[in-house]
Design a protein around this ligand. Structure first.
Ligand code: EPZ
Length: 418
């Protein structure tokens, strides 16, 4: 396993280009199973999770290729497989996004239950409830979901709670169902809009993606996809925090501004400065951030995927802030590692009170999940001295070449075997 060795205490100054969105690329890759032909997807980030999804599609009989950097082709002409096996699903929960497409393509699917993960139980009951509403017969057998349906039929689905991949799974299943489907209490994340745009460009009839009510008129088939994935708003937010926490100045070439208003609003409250220039959005800070409190929520609220990164910033703020996590029940594990760097944080359940320290000090720490590892990288960049972050495979799931991007902006970071 790799570790990152970071010599902190230096301001980051330079340019950063945001990669394609992991959480848009993964469902769009699964959507290729709704077609029979050669799908072309561009601006796909070179990430561990994307390689895992490519492996799953290959196991299902698709022929995949990477004709050039960040572009992949997925030929599903002979994708006859119906099973997403436990060994693969346990390494990436997003594999459950194959369930809806496999069911509507083959009339059956056998997908391993994903099981919990570090940040929470993360059940998929809403995915199954929605597919049942569309006419699927769902059985659980030996840790696998067995789904059958001759032909899915459109229905009105009221989601009990807002779920991103649940909404995506049902959009994909409803795309080829017979008749009209209405999904109410749908998730509104931009990645869902990107998925809908990819599908509509191929002949699907999806209206209202990005809103709480989505209408899908089923069609008999759609063409192979040709789509360029949207930039990653969470990566963009992470680099904005990097500029703030190091009192540096980063020019972000292509931030998806329309998806960053809440994050930028909170960073401005903390005192970061933003300036739009012809080369991109310049984010800078000259002094320690002000203390700002946040509560995470479904889009357009403050994203849970930015909670840990924001906490790193608050760990060096000039006051005390309250950070409340409302989406996942166990997404505070980064606090114990932050404390090892000198952060002053009290946690009670999913509420953390962060009292800003003037300085953090480098120390060996361990990544526990994707965004916790990003949080530790940010804190290490600000800490005086050396920080070793182990288990950075978590980081590689969701950040394309992050050590290279940071080095190009002046960070002293080295990747080495543990
Ligand atoms: C997506 O996960 C993202 N992953 C997550 O990003 C993100 O944190 C999350 O949405 C919330 O924004 C991808 O898009 C691949 P949910 P997802 O279903 O869809 C509960 C990252 O760091 N729930 O919206 O799995 C669930 O337990 C990752 O990039 C049910 O109870 O999240 C959670 O508490 C981490 N039953 C809440 O809803 C269900 O059937 C929201 O989960 C589904 C979800």
């Amino acid at each position: 396993m790799d570790q990152l060795v970071i010599e902190g205490g230096r301001p980051l100054v330079g340019n950063v280009k945001i990669s394609g969105s992991k959480n848009a690329a993964l469902p769009i890759m699964c959507a290729s199973l709704l077609t029979s032909g050669r799908n072309r997807i561009h601006n796909v980030p070179d990430l561990r999770d994307v390689r895992t999804m490519t492996k799953l599609l290959t196991m299902l009989g698709a022929e995949t290729a990477a004709p050039q950097t960040n572009s992949i082709t997925i030929d599903t002409s002979n994708a006859e497989g119906i099973e997403a096996p436990y060994d693969l699903v346990k390494t990436m929960r997003a594999s459950v996004l194959a369930l809806g497409p496999l069911l509507v393509r083959h009339g059956q699917a056998r997908v391993s239950l994903p099981g919990g993960c570090a940040i929470g139980e993360r059940p998929i009951d809403q995915h199954l409830k929605g597919l049942s509403a569309l006419g699927a017969k769902i059985d659980l057998d030996g840790g696998y979901i067995m789904a059958h349906a001759k032909r899915l039929k459109g229905a009105a689905i009221d989601m009990d709670l807002v779920t991103v991949t649940g909404t995506e799974n049902l959009i994909m299943a409803a795309t080829l169902a017979k008749g009209e489907t209405i999904i109410r209490n749908a998730a509104r994340e931009p990645e869902i809009v990107d998925l809908a745009q990819a599908l509509n460009s191929a002949g699907a009839r999806i209206e209202g993606a990005g809103e709480a009510v989505i209408r899908i008129r089923g069609v008999d088939e759609i063409m192979p996809l040709e789509h360029s994935v949207m930039p990653d708003r969470i990566e963009a937010g992470t680099f904005m925090v990097a500029a703030g926490i190091t009192k540096g100045e980063l020019c972000i070439a292509n931030p998806p501004l329309e998806h960053l208003t809440v994050i930028i609003g909170k960073l401005k409250e903390a005192g970061l400065r933003f300036q739009q220039t012809p080369k991109g959005l310049v984010v800078s800070a000259r002094r320690a951030p002000r203390a700002v409190s946040i509560i995470t929520g479904p889009y357009p609220g403050f994203p849970t995927d930015m909670q840990a990164q924001f906490m790193a910033l608050m760990a060096v703020s000039t006051g005390s802030s309250v950070i409340q996590e409302t989406i996942f029940e166990n997404r505070m594990m980064h606090t114990s590692e932050l404390r090892r760097l000198g952060a002053n944080i009290e946690v009670n359940g999913s509420v953390a009170v962060v009292s800003g320290s003037r300085h953090l000090t480098g120390a060996p720490v361990m990544a526990t999940d994707l965004r916790a590892s990003a949080c530790l990288v940010l804190a290490a960049l600000a800490a005086e001295g050396q920080t070793k972050i182990s288990r950075v495979y978590h980081l590689d799931r969701g950040y394309e070449y992050i050590d290279r991007k940071l080095s190009q902006a002046g960070a002293v970071v080295k990747r080495q075997a543990e």
